[in-house]
Design a protein around this ligand. Structure first.
Ligand code: IMP
Length: 488
């Protein structure tokens, strides 16, 4: 037998890709492209809270838990041990993908150590955290809390792993049922008709989903490690983003999981020695959904309150389109950053894909990027929304702004404060760059970019210490510009 610690044969390795802001950076398109060069794509954190769209055979699929590489037929897909899996939603996704003519069940591996998102977690999220934190309502935090807490008073088991569904099915379902009953009783839940919540209905849904996906539960924790030793190339795909990291984000407005490079290796069980490189993804017009500090937010706390009014359901895409119809240029040129934010959101279509919640918009923040880049050891960047650089020319003072530093209590700081109170007091120090109103959505070659855009990208490289590999310049996958070493 070869030594267990033997590194890979040199051909196999793992790369990581993660979002660097507060989610919705548009990572999916890069994972999709990169996937062609790997054998496996592994999702390493979160659950149905993530969202990405994938084009398959001309059909747009809205996926949450299935890794983005799904539209590359030969690639294997892995859901890591630190994911929290909603099997009912997973089955819906699998059916969507199959309806688009792609197979999934023959190549999807779900770690047996991943936790099951139970109906009780979703109920508790709805009742406890959905409105106060602005969560996606998928029971994510509760799923992770159950792992940590393990049992409740009286020894009631709170956490159930995917492998337990397989190895001790009846006991596992009975625990899930008891947890559901307790939550339904505690919150006196009723269905739409005002009757007591039908526990059997929810449990049956889970049973059906389990039967459909049980062959995809993978009980070998060394799966990816052994694959890499044999020469496989693995792309580890993060969900959410650095600003929402459960440890390094600002509590309580974070997600339930760790989202960085270290989490990728923990969740897949792959030894860190197998890391080759890690990529960060950032949007040139950053956004955030849910509550929480956002230093460069256009309109500051007013924007946060406005966007989150009625849990994000009031100022939707439709509402803003009706209310501000034809006024976009005026809004862009406003003295009031709040309206610049509204115009930026409308122009960029920055609303939640499934919830239509308005995304809070901000200016590009190199100081914040340095935080994620530094703590995750990144040196390569993908950028999205390059075509939106032209909107800065519509501002009252035409210039592309970038936060290059912060002040806290009127003193310059070169770190990102770690508490809500401090981060809300933190002010951005902006550097301004020359803007251009040139539409670059048709540019495909770096040499054809306007000099103002090139200069701005060069500044981002200087500010972050990373090479920019590629920039999206429109929503279509082919709308992108790639950069070689001497392009910038
Ligand atoms: P949770 O992950 O559903 O618990 O939500 C916690 C916070 O993370 C909320 O502010 C959510 O809006 C945010 N969040 C979770 N997933 C995503 C995502 O995929 N994109 C953007 N924000 C997200």
């Amino acid at each position: 037998m070869s030594k267990l610690w033997t590194p890979s044969n040199g051909e196999g390795y793992a790369d990581v890709i993660m979002g660097l802001q507060h989610g919705d950076e548009g990572k999916g398109r890069f994972v999709d492209n990169l996937a062609a060069d790997y054998d496996w794509v592994a999702r390493y954190n979160g659950g149905a809270n993530a969202g990405h769209t994938v084009e398959a055979n001309g059909i747009t699929l809205a996926l949450h838990q299935i890794p983005s590489g799904v539209n590359h037929p030969g690639k294997k897909l892995y859901i890591g041990a630190q994911c929290v899996v909603n099997i009912v939603k997973l089955l819906q996704e699998i059916r969507q993908v199959e309806a688009a003519g792609l197979s999934v069940r023959d190549r999807l591996y779900i770690s047996s150590q991943a936790s099951v998102i139970q109906p009780s977690h979703i109920i508790e999220d709805e009742q406890q955290t959905k409105d106060s934190v602005g969560t996606t309502g998928n029971g994510i935090g509760q799923g992770y809390a159950a792992q940590g807490q393990r049992v409740a008073t009286g020894g009631r088991r709170l956490d159930v792993r995917m492998g337990e569904l397989l190895s001790d099915t009846e006991a596992a379902f009975s625990m899930i049922r008891i947890n559901l009953q307790m939550a339904a009783d505690q919150y006196e839940l009723k269905d739409e008709r005002g009757n007591k919540l039908d526990i059997n209905l929810l449990m049956n849904e889970m049973r059906i989903a389990f039967e459909a996906i049980k062959n995809n539960i993978d009980c070998d924790p060394m799966r990816l490690t052994n694959e890499i030793r044999r020469g496989a190339k693995v792309l580890m795909e993060g969900a959410q983003a650095w600003g929402l990291d459960n440890t390094f984000g600002v509590t309580p407005n974070v997600t339930g999981s760790n989202v960085g490079v270290a989490a990728a290796f923990l969740s897949t069980g792959v030894p860190v020695d197998f890391k080759r490189q890690a990529f960060g993804v950032a949007k040139l017009t950053p956004s955030r959904v849910g509550y929480g500090p956002f230093v460069t937010e256009l309109g500051g706390q007013r924007s946060e309150v406005y966007c989150m009014q009625e849990a994000g359901k009031l100022h939707t895409k439709k509402w803003e389109a009706e209310h501000y119809e034809g006024q976009q240029d005026e809004l862009f040129a406003s003295d009031d950053d709040f309206y610049v934010g509204v115009a930026t959101r409308m122009d960029g279509g920055e609303y939640g894909a499934s919830t239509a919640r308005p995304r809070r918009m901000g200016d590009f923040d190199a100081q914040f990027l340095r935080y994620g880049i530094g703590l995750n050891g990144l040196n390569k960047l993908f950028l999205t929304k390059g075509d939106k650089l032209s909107i800065f020319d519509k501002r009252k003072k035409p210039a592309i702004r970038m936060a290059t530093g912060y002040t806290l209590n009127a003193r310059e700081i070169d770190y990102v404060p770690t508490t809500d109170a401090d981060l809300r007091k933190t002010q951005p120090v902006y550097t301004e760059y020359e803007s251009t109103n040139t539409d670059i959505s048709d540019v495909r070659d770096a040499k054809d970019l306007p000099k103002q855009v090139t200069a701005y990208l060069r500044a981002i490289q200087e500010q972050t210490g990373c090479d920019i590999l590629e920039m999206g310049v429109g929503p279509e996958r082919e709308q992108k510009v790639s950069f070689k070493a001497d392009d910038l």
